[in-house]
Every structure is written in structure tokens, then in C-alpha cells.
Unconditional design. Structure first.
Length: 106
């Protein structure tokens, strides 16, 4: 019997780090009491506290409704996120100052 050849590409929908990038960090999310979405999804959103609010590497602000979108993994430019409160699809980009920002796709 012959063995199946090793796959050379990742299956569709999986995220593989580039050769020069480290693997993505993962984060444990807790419920922050954001009640505008169903209970199952509350850990992925929190209310933005204003100018002094520091965002983590797994967080980005929705430019439409100013809600912080959280991910269980580190966000990088090109990642797509969804804002359930305003139903916007967003793409993560890096600003000139190095911070991550979300731009509306539709």
C-alpha cells in the first residue's frame, strides 16, 4: 500500500504564520457584561472606556459604534472581524503610529 502524500498547503480557512512572524498569542476571554449582544457572544465585546483605555494585542475598536471587539488570538493586519452590535464587517490595519485599527469593509 502506498501512503498518502503530505499536504503542501494549509486547509482553507486556517491561519498559518508567515516564515518571519511568530505564532499568534492566544488569550483567555472573560465576560465583561456587554449586554447588547446575546450571552454566548458577550466575551468578544466590551465597552470602550475613552481616551485612557489601553487596547490589548487582541482588541480593536469598531469605528462605527465605538465598541471594543476582542479576539481569543492576537490580531494582525489583514484579519477580518465582525461587529455584532452594528453588524459591520471590518478589516484590521496598522496605523502609522503602529497601533491596530479597524476599517469598514461593509
Amino acid at each position: 500500500m502506498s501512503a498518502l502524500p503530505e499536504p503542501t498547503e494549509a486547509p482553507p480557512g486556517t491561519v498559518q504564520p508567515d516564515d518571519d512572524e511568530a505564532p499568534r498569542r492566544t488569550f483567555e476571554l472573560d465576560d465583561r457584561g456587554f449586554k447588547e449582544v446575546p450571552k454566548r457572544w458577550r466575551k468578544f465585546y466590551r465597552i470602550w472606556q475613552g481616551e485612557g483605555d489601553e487596547l490589548g494585542p487582541n482588541e480593536v475598536i469598531c469605528p462605527v459604534c465605538k465598541v471594543v471587539i476582542r479576539s481569543h488570538r492576537e490580531l494582525r493586519p489583514g484579519d477580518r472581524v465582525y461587529c455584532m452590535p452594528c453588524m459591520s464587517r471590518l478589516i484590521v490595519v496598522r496605523r502609522d503610529d503602529g497601533r491596530l485599527e479597524a476599517e469598514v469593509a461593509y
